[in-house]
Design a protein around this ligand. Structure first.
Ligand SMILES: Nc1ncnc2c1ncn2[C@@H]1O[C@H](COP(=O)(O)OP(=O)(O)OP(=O)(O)O)[C@@H](O)[C@H]1O
Ligand SMILES: [Mg+2]
Length: 298
């Protein structure tokens, strides 16, 4: 099945562990078009996995809406979610995608059994999927007999086995070296282009993110900015610019403290103190405004 739109509205997720609450998503909005390949980047703990798991029907939202095609995922019952996952979602995880005792072929077939593909269709489809990921000659290899990149390509084949319109990939290259990461990403691109699947991929690797049509940056449970892939390098500079701004603000804070203590110990007279303090404050405020303009919360 070709890709579908994925619309996320004001999504909130509070994880509760005993008395401790963590707000992982804070009203996140995102519109992904059918057939789009989206990369989601952002710091550790910013809510990326939580977002994918809710879109994938693995986790329940606290508030807000996820709509895939014309189906409201967030109002589905637990039983309906099982069916939703079988038909609508292919999911690739960072690690442990494959069952170690099964061969590549069996792993793909296992995914098909789980999603209820009839037996007679399975054999044929396994072969086709192995070819899609360029591993027809590895059909009888167990995961430990495959490279990390090959394992992720088998995981991709397994995720495609139910022909779902939406593919979710959580750090699909997270454990791979650059060469293998590139190969896996090439296959994801191919699947997006040739099969028209909507792909939402989480990655911390800017070179992986650059293959996407759009890159969304998530910070603290909300989307902070959207970028075109060509802007990524520029953005990397912007990140260091942000760090420079932050470092400058920290410096000014130290200067302000020193100024205060100099004044207290009467090294400065009142006028000089007020002037210097005023100009440092102004500088600090303008740096803070610059940070706000760049989408950084201070
Ligand atoms: N099952 C859970 N129970 C309690 N807290 C959780 C649970 N899952 C995630 N969290 C918390 O929610 C926040 C977001 O976690 P999430 O796994 O979505 O982050 P992430 O962006 O995927 O991070 P990473 O890049 O490290 O994978 C974190 O503070 C995390 O500790
Ligand atoms: Mg994660």
């Amino acid at each position: 099945m070709k890709g579908l739109d994925v619309i996320v509205k004001e999504l909130v997720k509070v994880h509760r562990t005993g008395k401790i609450e963590v707000q992982a998503l804070r009203g996140l909005n995102m519109n992904v078009k059918a057939g789009e390949l989206i990369a989601i980047i952002g710091p550790s703990g910013s809510g990326k996995t939580t977002l994918l798991n809710i879109i994938g029907g693995l986790d329940e939202a606290t508030a807000g809406t996820v709509i895939v095609g014309d189906l409201n995922v967030t109002t589905q019952t637990v039983t309906q979610l099982v069916d939703y996952r079988r038909k609508m979602v292919g999911h690739i995880f960072q690690t442990l995608n494959l069952i170690p005792t099964l061969t590549a072929k069996e792993n793909i077939e296992f995914a098909m059994i789980a999603s209820g593909v009839p037996r007679k269709l399975r054999k044929e489809r396994v072969q086709e999927l192995l070819e899609t990921v360029g591993l027809a000659d590895r059909a009888n290899h167990k995961p430990e007999e495959l490279s990390g990149g090959e394992q992720q390509r088998i995981a991709l084949a397994a995720a495609l086995s139910n022909d779902a319109p939406v593919l979710l990939a959580d750090e699909p290259t997270g454990e791979l070296d650059t060469t293998n990461a590139k190969i896996v990403v090439e296959y994801l691109k191919k699947v997006n282009r040739e099969l028209g699947k909507t792909i939402i991929m989480v990655t911390h690797d800017p070179t992986v993110a650059r293959v996407a049509h759009r890159i969304l940056r998530i910070e603290d449970g909300v989307i902070k900015m959207a970028q075109a892939p060509s802007e990524v390098i520029v953005h990397e500079k912007a990140v260091s610019y942000v760090d420079q701004l932050k470092a400058r603000i920290a410096e000014i804070n130290a200067q302000l403290e020193k100024l205060d203590s100099d004044f207290r110990s009467e090294k400065l007279d009142g006028d000089e103190y007020t002037d210097k303090r005023q100009s440092l404050k102004q500088l600090k405020n303008s740096l803070k405004e610059e940070l706000v303009r760049m989408g950084v919360v201070t």
